[in-house]
Structure formats: structure tokens, C-alpha cells
Design a protein around this ligand. Structure first.
Ligand code: C2E
Ligand code: MG
Ligand code: MG
Ligand code: MG
Length: 283
């Protein structure tokens, strides 16, 4: 690491900033070109019912395969899309493609799609989403939209109207990454969600750290009291899965069950007889 000191330190800092700005510009330009092409597509991670061990649905996660940089992670390109106005087109594309794919899954397997906070300020959002889903013919009740907690805090009134309209139409609404934001039991009282997804940072530590275990238990109690489904995110090992089952968590998602996979692989996963509730594959 270069130590920033005096004039040369400042010059170094400036160079860094210029370099970062250039890289962002480049990503933005390339992302703009990728939208509408096959370079941008969803992969799918199963969400598993912890009681039956069966797949209850899949979360669509955006992937971008860049001609020179290879696979660019969403944590890098989603912020660029949000800052440049590209997020609307990107979301339309992922949503449409995911709904088309989801139509091939047997009833009542569901589809979850992430919706950026930035989009919730747009009054036309509900209409646009409904048009896309209806175009593809996917039943509205099979779709779930994931909204991160922070999004809802920032502009609560606008978010409430848009989400309310979508929910009235029959789409389910999930609160994503719960526990990481500045919420907001207040928001849980003022808006009716269908699902809470507990952030993986809590699941990651729950079997090693009393505090995290207590928080997970409390969140499960909260979900139960409010009649919400709870998805534990980032389940990576058997110990976590067992602890969650013991505490009555309804659903789990994470590398223990499966990494995100291409559409073809979802069809294989649905045909296979994984008994994830009991940790073994049944022949
Ligand atoms: P998220 O919605 O919370 O999605 C879960 C993320 O955790 C995914 O990362 C997934 O691959 C990862 N994950 C799942 N199981 C495990 C596990 O057991 N261990 C660990 N360490 N990680 C696990 P991914 O695909 O890189 O996406 C990152 C974030 O990017 C997503 O977090 C979401 O906020 C955002 N994102 C992805 N696709 C979209 C999209 O189409 N639209 C928007 N607006 N955001 C998206
Ligand atoms: Mg999500
Ligand atoms: Mg999440
Ligand atoms: Mg996240």
C-alpha cells in the first residue's frame, strides 16, 4: 500500500480517482451496449422448503458476461446501472427473460426477482412490471419481488404506493437482506409484506456466535407472529440448516442446497429427487 503523504500522496489519490472514474465510464458504456443482448441474462438459485425439502421457487440473479473482463459480478454493475439510468432497461430484460423461463417450471414453483430501490421512485413501475408479466403469461401469484430494506426506508411513501399496487394485483413482496438496514419494525407494521429474507451475515454466524443465534431466533418469532414466510439466506452448511429447522424457519437458500445455476440446470434440479430436509439424495 502506498502511504498518502504530502504533495505526492495527494497526486496519487487524484490518479486513483481519475482511474476509477474512467473505469466506471467504461463499464457504463459497455453495459449500455450489453442491454438487449445475450450478454446479460439471469441465473437461478433454488429456495428450499425446510419442512419438505422440496424446491419452492428460484431467485433470478443477473449475470453479465463482458467480452474482455469476463463475468462481472452484480455488486459491480448494478450500482453503475442505478447511477446511469440503465437500471430500468436492465430490470425489464431480466424480468421478461426470467418470467419466460419460469413458465416452464411446474406449478406452483415460484420466481423471485430483485427490484432496485431507484426504480421505486418511478410511478410507472407497477404498470410496466404488470405488462411484462402478463405478456409472458406467468401467473401473477407465482412472482415475488425482492426489495432491500434500505430502499424502503429512503422513500417510504412512494415505495408503499408502488408496492401496494403490485401486491393488490397478486404479486408477492419480499423484504430482502433483512437486518442490515436502518429498519424498521415501523415499516413491517405499515406495509404488509409476504416474505422476510434474513440477511446471510446472521446465518453465517448463527452457529458460532450466541448474539447472531439470538437475533435469528427473534426474527423467526417476529415472522411467525406477523404470519410471514421467512427465508434464511446464505445457508452454507448442514449445522446451519439443522439449527434453522429446529427453530422453525420455513425456507432456506444458499450454497448448501445449490449455487445459482443456468435455466437448463433448474429443470434438472426440479426433476431430481433431492431430500434437502434430511440432507440426502433419494434414488
Ligand atoms: P441478493 O438479492 O441478496 O442475492 C443473494 C446473493 O447471495 C447472490 O449474490 C447469491 O449468489 C449469493 N449467495 C447465495 N447463497 C450464498 C451462500 O451460501 N453464501 C454466499 N457467500 N453467498 C450466497 P449475487 O448473485 O452476486 O448478487 C448480489 C446482489 O446483487 C444481490 O443480492 C442483489 O442485491 C443484486 N442483484 C442481483 N441480480 C439483480 C437484479 O437483477 N436486479 C437488481 N436490482 N439487483 C440484483
Ligand atoms: Mg435478493
Ligand atoms: Mg438478499
Ligand atoms: Mg444482497
Amino acid at each position: 500500500k502506498v502511504k498518502a503523504s504530502g504533495v505526492s500522496g495527494f497526486a496519487f489519490f487524484q490518479d486513483e480517482m481519475v482511474r476509477e472514474a474512467r473505469e466506471r465510464d467504461r463499464l457504463q458504456r459497455d453495459l449500455s451496449a450489453a442491454i438487449g443482448t445475450e450478454a446479460l441474462f439471469p441465473v437461478y438459485q433454488p429456495i428450499v422448503c425446510l419442512k419438505t425439502g422440496g424446491i419452492r421457487g428460484f431467485e433470478a440473479l443477473a449475470r453479465w458476461s463482458h467480452p474482455d473482463l469476463g463475468s462481472v459480478p452484480p455488486d459491480r454493475f448494478i450500482p453503475v446501472a442505478e447511477d446511469s439510468g440503465l437500471i430500468a432497461g436492465l430490470t425489464d430484460q431480466i424480468l421478461r427473460r426470467a418470467c419466460e423461463d419460469a413458465r416452464n417450471w411446474p406449478e406452483p414453483i415460484g420466481l423471485s426477482v430483485n427490484i432496485s430501490p431507484v426504480l421505486l421512485r418511478d410511478e410507472g413501475l407497477a404498470e410496466r412490471i404488470l405488462t411484462i408479466v402478463q405478456d409472458t403469461g406467468l401467473a401473477l401469484y407465482r412472482l415475488e419481488l425482492e426489495i432491500t430494506e434500505n430502499a424502503i426506508v429512503r422513500d417510504f411513501e412512494a415505495a408503499k404506493d408502488v408496492l401496494g399496487a403490485l401486491r393488490e394485483a397478486g404479486i408477492r413482496i419480499a423484504l430482502d437482506d433483512f437486518g442490515t438496514g436502518a429498519t424498521s419494525l415501523f415499516h413491517l407494521r405499515s406495509f404488509r409484506f409476504d416474505v422476510i429474507k434474513i440477511d446471510r451475515s446472521f446465518i453465517d454466524r448463527m452457529t458460532r456466535e450466541q448474539e447472531s443465534a439470538a437475533i435469528v431466533r427473534a426474527l423467526l418469532g417476529l415472522g411467525k407472529g406477523l404470519g410471514l414466510e421467512i427465508v434464511a439466506e446464505g445457508v452454507e452448511d448442514r449445522a446451519q440448516k439443522l439449527a434453522l429447522q429446529q427453530e422453525g424457519c420455513t425456507d432456506g437458500q444458499g450454497y448448501f442446497f445449490s449455487r445459482p445455476v443456468a435455466f437448463d440446470e433448474t429443470v434438472r434440479l426440479l426433476r431430481g429427487k433431492h431430500d434437502w430436509a434430511r440432507d440426502r439424495a433419494v434414488a
